[in-house]
Design a binder for this molecule. Structure first.
Ligand SMILES: [Zn+2]
Length: 382
């Protein structure tokens, strides 16, 4: 049932883009969406996570099964505003494109899900089962919002999950995990003419990184769909003067993990190398300061098959099922769900996320507001 005109749908997206939720202030997005939902007779609740930061949960229908739908409310920084053709926080239309920070990643997906829920609810849908919206904070940095949903049990009774990240007409059910790790090596400063009076902090760290490159790269652990684990030292600092033995050195690594070589195994492998280095006189400490699990769910599931079929009529052709390069909130939301859980990333999109002049195609955004309604009811009636 049409509740919104096309212009009203775009106005809703425009209102969301105008809220500058750059890794903060998601509470304003949540409050705005709560009001829109409540105005249309749908209960919606803010779940505060930190100051100015609240998740939002809303539900329609009754009984089971429960279809989970999720999107994040934060956006990345617009960067140098002067490089944008128009103000990043004013949704601006030209040539069928709606331009603005967060337009595609992912306020369009979020708006489309909310509009779909409202229009379904107005039409007395779904007749069986429930649709639960979980709008998250901090997806771009930290993923604390999805972690909070996981800890609160919001996923416990969910039987399938759709995340509306900007896939466009592609379907994703798997992605690698990601870890950020820092190693800090301590030594003892001394004049470089008398190194025996000091301890070089760089040496043991270099040896360790060399060994780690071998252990992580020369492995036969492989995932058919996601490929290899990748391990890279991305930041290295040590010493401060050419004629002094360095007393400190640090290295930071980013690891992209796969189910066959997962985050726990990476931590164990690296800790072993740290222990070895320390047994030989090093003083190295390891800090895993970010860890998101890999996600691998079947590419063919009741949900993905329906999405492919229903989506194809909007896309005007078949919809490929691929592996996603980036991490999503699914790393947290699917923590206890095993590897047979129906999960898709499917939302209005293109590759302009995080870029200057980020945009969503106007027609694709509007199409997803209808596509979601067909998909959600088809899944629950299945
Ligand atoms: Zn995103």
């Amino acid at each position: 049932m049409a509740v919104f005109t096309e212009n009203q749908k775009i106005q809703l997206l425009s209102d969301l883009v105008a809220i500058q939720s750059v890794n903060d202030h998601e509470e304003q997005v949540a409050t705005y969406l709560q009001k829109v939902l409540v105005d249309h007779g749908i209960a919606a609740k803010l779940l505060p996570v930190a100051t100015n930061r609240a998740n939002l949960v809303a539900e329609i229908g009754q009984g089971g099964p429960v279809l989970g739908i999720s999107g994040h409310m934060d956006v990345v920084s617009p960067g140098e505003v002067s490089q944008w053709a128009s103000d990043p926080f004013t949704l601006t239309e030209h040539d069928g494109k709606l331009v603005g920070r967060g337009a595609v990643d992912m306020k369009a997906g979020l708006a489309a899900m909310v509009i779909a829920m409202i229009e379904l609810h107005a039409a007395g849908q779904p007749q069986q089962g429930r649709i639960r919206l979980m709008a998250t904070i901090a997806e771009e940095v930290g993923e604390f919002g999805s972690q909070a949903f996981y800890e609160q049990g919001a996923m416990d009774d969910v039987s399938a999950l759709l995340i509306g990240e900007p896939s466009g007409y592609n379907l994703f059910s798997s992605h690698k995990g990601s870890m950020d790790i820092k190693l800090t090596s301590r030594g003892q400063a001394a004049h470089s003419s008398m190194p025996e009076l000091g301890a070089n902090a760089i040496d043991p760290l270099l040896d360790l990184l060399h060994q780690a490159n071998q252990d992580f790269r020369q492995t036969d652990r492989y995932n058919d769909f996601l490929g290899d684990l990748t391990f890279n030292t991305t930041v290295f600092n040590g010493g401060n003067q050419v004629n002094s033995i360095p007393e400190a050195a640090t290295a930071e690594m980013n690891v992209r993990t796969i189910p066959e070589f997962d985050n726990d195994q990476v931590t164990t492998t690296l800790q072993k190398l740290v222990d070895q280095a320390n047994d030989q006189g090093g003083q190295i400490e390891m800090n895993v300061y970010m860890s998101q699990n890999p996600v691998q769910e079947p590419k063919d599931s009741p949900l993905s098959d329906l999405a492919a079929r229903i989506g194809a009529s909007f896309a005007g052709g078949p919809i490929p099922k691929l592996a996603l390069p980036a991490v999503t909130d699914a790393s947290n939301l699917l923590k206890d769900k095993g590897h047979q859980f129906p999960f898709i990333v499917f939302g209005p999109g293109n590759e302009s996320a995080h870029q200057v002049d980020e945009f969503v195609d106007r027609q694709m955004f509007l199409d997803f507001t209808s596509l979601y309604q067909k998909l959600f009811t088809a899944y629950l009636e299945n």
